[in-house]
Design a protein around this ligand. Structure first.
Ligand code: ADP
Ligand code: MG
Length: 626
């Protein structure tokens, strides 16, 4: 019969090019071949499931769908077998002999400008489909029969991945396709059951079709087909059918975490980019936040097939604690190409994901404040990078911020800006805050004295990032942020106006004294004033509105940037006994020693350190003993 004769055909020239690239590639991405073949098998099964809805004869009495993978160590082959739709002879010629897909064509174009070293990486990102089997094989055999056709219509396709392939009819009893890979000599490590099953699990655990491997039962001395994938894509189930425990177990399993997540967000997105997203907020203990080398965990799937970790492309830095996945419905496996090019799709995706997370956090803070507090305690310092990083979502991020405050007993950051504004007295048109090195220094700061007196709430900021963040947020509900270590902190505020008047009118009386002080500290300060805003402390230093604050200067120098010395305004407490005492000293030498000592005190409090702390101690001790 004419039809059983073997035909030898040429691959389309583009396929030849592609195969050429694969033969010379470096194998670092070789494992993707299994992902591609399993994805084809699962597509074929899904296709059959779909058309069999209207023609049940296509089942051919075989209703259980599965993918079977077996190893033959003697012949050095791996076989991937599905009972899906299968292919006719003309299907095979078209599907395995030409490149119809635009994505792969695109890949070829790309690869021309790419040196050999990078090609393999590209292959991994593009997913070159069936042809990736030649990365690991010296010969590939495909046996297939279209569902519903005669067994004599089975087809045998064979190629060594060079320019040509052969094809002939061969009887095939089972419907569907079997791909047999004759692995290359240097790829024989793949012929290990455990190695192969690990690769399969990594890429295809959530394919919702059972993947079985032939396994030996040593006790009974027989082989059987053992399912090795989970075969459930939890995220594709209806939300109402998933228990909390299932979410938790799924999270711990997928992200290899031993702690329960704090909460999760599960959504289906329709429209031009159709996908399902499932995102988790871990409990703090499990995350290494400051290791920027370590990639986050945000996985991209296309129709349940794992493609890659895309956290660095779609999750903003300030949300890097989020773990999750998206599963795209209509994108081809080539989505990774689009993702990598940082194109429109990625930007949109990133925006949608960011929005979704921020909205969910906002909802959580309203409906479950105690859970939100856990999120904040764990990741607040990361979220604080948000206002600088993401201007377009600044207002949502600001709503999520939590602070320590003079109105709260302990160190925990619990006060929202909304709460602060609700509590503020009518007429107070600023939000007062103080930055410091740590909670204690903030809590005891001399800058707070008069705010305590007048019962005005001050936010206490002492995380390293705070000073930086405050450069990016300016107002909330029409109230400006005001650092109370700046010397204009009281001006223009009706609540505090009264006290202010006193200071200005008082100053004249103290002019001669202030002049003497200024002479002593000429090089170190900008100006000196009397104040009645202090209580416990004899003096305090403040910076000018436009001057860099002490905390900011420290931040800069900690990253090796040189900053010019800050010129402070020096404020003296007009009712403090030490100031009164100094005022009466006539001896210029002694006067100067006292003034320098209280100046250094204030400097120590303001900066948290002194250049020459030993000299400072010597000076104090001398004054104490004199
Ligand atoms: P893609 O899967 O993206 O279409 P591939 O190169 O992986 O590209 O496969 C090319 C085509 O070959 C598929 O679209 C499908 O029509 C056909 N094919 C591959 N493997 C199978 C299979 N196991 N069963 C049926 N058809 C298959
Ligand atoms: Mg494919």
């Amino acid at each position: 019969m004419e039809e059983t004769k073997k035909e030898v055909l040429q691959f389309q020239s583009e396929v030849k090019q592609l195969l050429g690239l694969m033969v010379y590639s470096l194998y670092s991405n070789r494992d993707i071949f299994i992902r591609e073949l399993i994805s084809n098998a699962s597509d074929a099964i899904n296709k059959l499931k779909f058309i069999a809805i209207s023609d049940s004869s296509l089942y051919e009495k075989e209703h259980d769908f599965e993918i079977r993978i077996s190893l033959d160590k003697k012949n050095k082959t791996i076989s991937i077998r599905d009972n899906g739709i299968g292919m006719s002879k003309s299907d095979i010629i078209k599907n395995l002999g030409t490149i119809a897909k635009s994505g792969t064509k695109e890949f070829l174009k790309f690869s021309k400008d790419c040196d050999k070293k990078n090609i393999n990486q590209l292959i991994g990102q593009f997913g070159v489909g069936f042809y990736s089997s030649f990365i690991v094989s010296k010969k590939v055999i495909v046996k297939s029969r279209l569902a519903g056709s005669e067994r004599s219509q089975g087809v045998l396709w064979e190629s060594e991945g060079t320019g040509e392939y052969s094809i002939k009819y061969e009887d095939k009893v089972d419907r569907g396709t079997e791909v047999i890979l004759h692995v290359k000599e240097d790829q024989e490590d793949l012929l290990s059951h455990s190695k192969l099953s690990n690769i399969i699990k990594r890429y295809s655990n959530h394919i919702d079709i059972p993947i079985k491997m032939k396994t030996v039962d040593r006790r009974e001395n027989r082989t059987f087909w053992k399912q090795i994938n989970l075969a459930t894509a939890l995220w594709r189930k209806d939300k109402s059918n998933i228990s909390e425990n299932e979410y938790r177990e799924f999270y711990k399993n997928l992200f290899k975490d031993s702690f329960d997540p704090i909460f999760w967000m599960h959504n289906k997105v329709e429209g031009t980019q159709e996908y399902i997203s499932l995102m988790f907020i871990p409990s703090k203990s499990s995350i290494d936040l400051w290791n920027r080398e370590k990639k986050g965990s945000f996985y991209l799937y296309v129709r349940r097939v794992f493609i890659k970790d895309i956290s660095d492309q779609v999750v903003p830095n300030y949300l890097r604690f989020i773990r999750g996945l998206i599963d795209s419905e209509h994108l081809s496996l080539n989505i990774s190409r689009e993702i990598l090019q940082k194109d429109e799709n990625v930007r949109k995706l990133k925006k949608q994901i960011t929005r979704r997370i921020l909205n969910s956090l906002e909802m959580l803070s309203k409906n479950h404040p105690e859970k939100y507090q856990m999120v904040w305690d764990g990741f607040g310092s990361v979220l604080k990078e948000g206002p600088a990083e993401d201007i377009s979502h600044k207002s949502s991020i600001i709503n999520l911020l939590r602070f320590s405050s003079t109105f709260v007993e302990d160190e925990q950051q619990t006060v929202s800006l909304r709460e602060y504004c609700d509590r503020a007295e009518k007429g107070q048109n600023k939000i007062y805050y103080l930055t410091a090195d740590n909670y204690i220094s903030a809590k005891k700061s001399p800058h707070l004295d008069c705010f305590k007196n007048q019962n005005i709430e001050v936010l206490l900021l002492y995380d390293r990032i705070d000073e930086w963040m405050m450069n990016y947020i300016f107002e909330f509900r029409g109230k400006e942020f005001q650092s109370i270590s700046k010397n204009d902190s009281f001006l223009e505020d009706t609540v505090t106006q009264r006290k202010n008047d006193i200071i200005i009118s008082d100053e004249k009386i103290f002019q001669p004294f202030l002049k003497r002080v200024k002479m002593v500290l000429e090089k170190d300060i900008k100006d000196v004033h009397m104040t009645c805003r202090l209580e416990k402390y004899p003096c305090v230093l403040k910076t000018d509105k436009n001057e860099m604050s002490s905390q900011m200067a420290k931040l800069f120098s900690s990253v090796g940037q040189s900053v010019p010395p800050i010129k402070y305004d020096f404020f003296l407490n007009r009712s403090h006994p030490i100031i009164n005492k100094i005022m009466k000293i006539e001896d210029e030498n002694l006067f100067s020693r006292w003034v320098k000592t209280i100046f250094n005190q204030a400097l120590l409090i303001e900066q948290g350190y002194l250049k020459d702390v030993n000299q400072f101690i010597i000076d104090i001790n001398q004054l104490l003993s004199s």
